[in-house]
Design a protein around this ligand. Structure first.
Ligand code: 2P0
Length: 336
């Protein structure tokens, strides 16, 4: 049999994957290379924050090429994509170089970490292009090696990432499908541009916070509460636990060495407004990832009221409305 390098081969696939909002956050690794987390996390896939990626392996490509439509991509990011392609080539026993083209549905200014949707879409497209037919669990573990949170963008809807202690046991699975509960995530943009300290770099110093050990201890209780809230569709329990978790995460970030202050005045304006709206009887809660922008969590029936109130906030530049979404899927339309 001739080797693949001697044949004229072209193998192409496209995938779409969502970013997510973590209700229980991932912050800290037990293994940096394999991206094994120190705690389990729970998230909801976001319907309006999608990455589409086309991967083509071909004998005609002399080396890996990576392009992002409408955005700059740094050398460091390209190197990370190539590393991930190497893992996938090893799995598929291939030596072919790849062309990768990717685009996000959400603006870079939204501050959403595109590594989750990006590495989930890359994993699904690249494995399919090589003809690998992998079960969801394996796709999730592969995506995790690219970026931890990417493993949560593979399954549908509301998702739990089991921390595990080996590569095979650290994967995400669907707790409930997207139509389980009409939850709305309103992503409020207060600050354009990328963040100064990446999540990868920031979480490497999590252990320097005197509160980190306590966080890992009481996160178990919060995981139970969030899962119970999802099961019972208990919105108050979901909101209170999600908000408590976000503040706990940022208390750790702010007390790391060096400290990470992701919040700005716009973040604080929203936090105080949400507390006030709740005092007035409107069930809405906030959560915040590694940046200043704020996600408001409410039920679909209150979305209109919350959207109306957002207009009074002077620091909000844009709002992206998300519903629970399915996980990564293959798509027919290639980007090239
Ligand atoms: C989360 N974050 O659970 C939390 C909330 C940031 C704050 O997952 O180093 O970009 O690539 O595994 O996946 C960001 O972590 O980090 C993250 P790497 P990743 O959504």
């Amino acid at each position: 049999m001739r080797k693949e390098s001697e044949l004229s081969l072209k193998m192409k696939a496209t995938a779409i994957a969502p970013a997510s909002i973590a209700l229980i956050k991932y912050w800290g690794k037990r293994d940096d290379r394999l991206r094994l987390p120190l705690n389990p996390s729970v998230s909801m896939n976001l319907s309006a924050c999608l990455t589409t990626t086309t991967v083509e392996f071909a004998t005609g490509h002399r080396h890996d090429q990576v392009e992002m439509i409408g955005e700059e991509i740094s050398e460091k990011e390209i190197a990370r994509v190539k590393d991930h392609l190497n893992w996938i080539r090893k799995l598929g026993k291939s030596r072919l170089s790849a062309k990768v083209v990717t685009k996000n549905s959400f603006p870079k200014s939204s501050g959403i970490a595109s590594s989750a949707s990006g590495f989930a879409a890359l994993t699904v497209a690249a494995t399919a292009a090589l003809g690998l037919r992998l079960p969801e669990r394996k796709l999730s573990t592969m995506a995790r090696i690219g970026s931890g949170s990417a493993c949560r963008s593979i399954p549908d809807g509301f998702v739990e990432w089991k921390e595990g202690n080996t590569t095979g046991s650290s994967f995400a699975y669907s707790l409930y499908p997207p139509d389980w509960w009409d939850i709305c995530d309103l992503l409020l943009i207060v600050s354009p541009g990328g963040k100064k300290v990446s999540s990868t770099a920031g979480m490497a110093e999590a252990w320097t916070s005197p509160f980190f050990e306590a966080r890992l201890e009481n996160i178990k209780d919060r995981i139970k509460k969030v899962k119970k809230a999802l099961k019972q569709k208990n919105f108050i329990l979901l909101g209170e636990t999600t908000e408590e978790e976000a503040v706990n995460l940022h208390a750790v970030m702010m007390t790391q060495k060096p400290p990470l202050f992701y919040w700005n005045e716009g973040t604080m304006e929203i936090i105080l407004a949400v507390c006030e709206w709740r005092n007035q009887g409107l069930p809405v809660y906030f959560t915040i990832d590694a940046g200043p922008n704020v996600h408001l969590i409410t039920e679909g029936k209150n979305e209109k009221e919350v959207r109306g109130r957002i207009r009074s906030l002077k620091n909000v530049k844009d709002a992206i409305v998300n519903k629970p979404a399915k996980g990564a899927v293959l798509a027919e339309n290639h980007l090239f």
